[in-house]
Design a protein. Structure first.
Length: 208
């Protein structure tokens, strides 16, 4: 049991150290040797856990995505919430600043971190879309919504939301940010044929 614990602890240490270095230095500019030096381990130890630097990156992305999906799934599993509230809360649970330091999150947008950024967005969209589809289908079964392309619509909505609200891509003032959010929420309403402004009213209520 202790051996397993030590294995997990060492693996987590490598991931935590690599993640910090990737964000601050840039994935492309960070070498395996720098990770080894920061932890104080031999190259053989590193390759005992990971085949390559990119495998470390993929594991970090998967770990961060899992945190978002866990929070979103907790919302989706709440029987006391109506489908519309589940959908909005699940989307709001994607906020990465809640578990990644804001300074590190800003570093993700460095040109050296393009691959890290792309993999993160891809992982979140592919992981979140099926979860949101279960909520959409719940609303359809209840007769309150209709949706022709649940999975594709959720993928489009997530891609648009993650891109347009990404301050590293679009630098918007407060007023423009609110207009973008209003447009995205209106788009979501149209995708599931929900009453106009029904989602917006809940969103504004949640902001109070």
């Amino acid at each position: 049991m202790r051996i397993t614990k030590e294995y997990d602890e060492r693996k987590a240490e490598i991931l935590d150290t690599a993640e910090t270095l990737f964000y601050r230095k840039g994935y492309e500019l960070c070498s395996v040797n720098e990770i080894l030096m920061a932890i104080g381990i031999a190259k053989g130890t590193f390759y005992h856990y990971f085949k390559s630097k990119e495998e470390v990156l993929d594991t970090i992305v998967a770990r961060n995505t899992a945190l978002l999906l866990t929070r979103a799934n907790e919302v989706v599993s709440m029987d006391t919430l109506a489908p519309a509230e589940k959908l909005l809360r699940a989307c709001m649970a994607m906020k990465m600043t809640d578990h990644i330091d804001s300074a590190l999150l800003a570093d993700m947008h460095k040109s050296e971190n393009v691959l890290l950024h792309q993999k993160t967005l891809n992982s979140v969209v592919l992981g979140m879309a099926p979860l949101l589809v279960t909520v959409v289908e719940e609303g359809v079964r209840a007769g309150i919504w209709s949706c022709r392309f649940p999975l594709e619509y959720m993928q489009i909505f997530l891609s648009a939301t993650l891109t347009l609200t990404d301050e590293g891509i679009f630098s918007l003032d407060a007023e423009s940010q609110m207009k973008v959010m209003a447009a995205l929420i209106a788009l979501l309403e149209k995708m599931v044929n929900a009453p106009v402004d029904s989602f917006m009213q809940m969103f504004m209520q949640a902001q109070k």
